[in-house]
Design a protein around this ligand. Structure first.
Ligand code: C2O
Ligand code: CU
Ligand code: CU
Length: 476
């Protein structure tokens, strides 16, 4: 979906029926299609997005990684009601990167993204060739949206989180790439760029090839790196993106694997000698130099702690716990099929929404940032536009949390409680996996978000986010 010529993009949230690998049909959602969404090509300049909703509950389109004002960011305050249209004029100005977009209704983001309301954005400046980066879409420049999903024995995709699934984030029993189970990618026998997007609700991938061949990291969330970084093993947490260059000129076609807990096949490759090889060696220089942000005197430093567990002792509450003032976990979707309906509801397919054991409401206050669960009507921070801040972020509960901030790209100064940033956290980031101690992030807030349309910051394990591990701030 190329927006560069027209300056327009039109997306309609809709429902579809999808059979995965010949299994029973599943009700799925997508933008402009029955499951998932088109890849959008964007460039700097004006872009008008026309967003329609033909589903029967509110949705949003959040542009994850796009630097636009809060009003156009597609967070929970910009819900599009069923049958309504939202026209969003945006002015884009940032570097080339792989971004993505997804629905972001508070309390329903996990179910929406899982159902398919997610797609990828290629933000480009048209200079990939000059940088020596492969850029023929679908040939030597592959977009890979990684999402694990849970399938029942008949092959239906189901979303049935238990309390344990909320605690850990819901993990699937199959990895889909671009919505395909057991995918195979045909590649030319040369250098290929893989744009990896972790669009999973909760799964952290540890990507590597079965023959342990090295590859080069050339881009992270916010854009290209100045120079490639060689690696054999790449962790990718929900919300994160990475661009890598892989050389397929040698040896039998490898398999992209993920080893974390159990080892899983993510994507098989087949070498296709009829495809053109346009670039054969990894360039030495790629993107613009990235100057480290310098902390000004008296920099505002915020301590941010992602907490889980039902009480101050850090104990996780049992599912029977009923916090006061709890809100229905399904949020706006009051009329959607609801938790507790474990049986098929029609001859044509089973809604994947809300089946399985009830989890509604029970867990809402068990997930917090700085001791407080998210509230749409509470402002957590007010930030002065143009200022540089340092956020020291740590995660608790024995789970690694991917921490994401809207409206800004940050640099990771240190992680793991003071160690140097990991290779995969080089460059500009908008999501970072918190593991082994606090991470220090530094960023400048250049874009405006008013109290009416604030920016979010949250854990990108979507079940955690929906259950309250989110906050919001203004930039004025
Ligand atoms: Cu990818 Cu607040 O989201
Ligand atoms: Cu985002
Ligand atoms: Cu989390």
């Amino acid at each position: 979906l190329d927006t560069t010529a027209t300056g327009r993009v039109a997306l309609t949230a809709q429902s579809g029926l999808t059979r995965f690998a010949g299994g029973a049909p599943s009700t799925t959602w997508g933008f402009n299609q029955g499951f998932l969404a088109p890849t959008i090509l964007m460039r700097s300049g004006g872009l008008e997005a026309t967003l329609d909703n033909s589903l029967d509950e509110d949705v949003t389109v959040h542009w994850h990684g796009l630097l636009v004002p809060g009003e156009h960011d597609g967070g929970p305050h910009t819900a599009i009601a069923p049958g309504r249209q939202l026209i969003t004029p945006m002015s884009l100005d940032q570097g080339p990167a792989t971004l993505w977009y997804h629905s972001h209704i508070h309390g329903a983001t996990a179910r929406h993204v899982y159902s398919g309301l997610a797609g990828v954005i290629h933000y480009t400046d048209g200079r990939d060739d000059a940088r020596g980066l492969p850029s023929t879409y679908g040939v030597d420049d592959l977009t890979l949206l990684l999402q694990d999903r849970r399938f029942d024995p008949e092959g239906r995709m189901i979303y049935n989180p238990t309390y344990a699934d909320i605690l850990n984030g819901l993990l699937g029993n199959r990895v889909l790439v671009n919505g395909q189970p057991s995918p195979i990618a045909g590649v030319p026998p040369g250098l290929v760029r893989l744009r990896l997007v972790n669009g999973s609700n909760a799964r952290i991938y540890s990507l590597h090839f079965n023959d342990t061949r090295p590859f080069h990291l050339v881009g992270t969330d916010g854009g290209l790196l100045p120079a490639p970084i060689e690696m054999t093993y790449l962790p990718l947490a929900p919300g994160e993106r990475a661009e890598i260059l892989v050389d397929f000129s040698q040896g039998p076609a490898p398999v992209l694997m993920s080893a974390r807990g159990l080892s899983m096949t993510v994507l098989r490759f087949a070498i296709d000698d009829t495809l053109p090889v346009r670039i054969s060696r990894v360039p030495d220089r790629i993107g613009d130099a990235i100057a480290p942000l310098v902390a000004p005197d008296g920099i505002i430093t915020r301590q941010i702690s992602l907490d889980m567990g039902g009480n101050s002792s850090g104990q996780v509450q049992s599912p029977g716990h009923q916090p006061s003032g709890s809100m229905d976990h399904s949020g706006h979707a009051g009329h959607a099929s609801h938790a507790g309906h474990a049986t098929a509801t029609g001859p044509t397919g089973v809604p994947i929404h809300g089946q399985g054991p009830a989890v509604s409401g029970l867990i809402f206050d068990d997930f917090r940032i700085n001791g407080r669960a998210y509230r749409m009507d509470r402002m957590d921070f007010e930030i002065r536009r143009g200022t540089i801040e340092r956020w020291i972020v740590s995660g608790g509960g024995g789970v690694e949390h991917p921490f994401h901030i809207h409206g800004v790209h940050f640099q990771v100064e240190s992680s793991g409680g003071g160690g140097p940033p990991l290779a995969q956290n080089s460059g500009w980031k908008d999501t970072v996996l918190l593991s082994g101690g606090a991470s220090s992030l530094i960023m400048r807030f250049d874009h405006e978000a008013t109290a009416r349309f604030p920016y979010m910051f949250h854990c990108h394990i979507l079940e955690h986010e929906d259950a309250g591990m989110m906050g919001q701030f203004t930039v004025t």
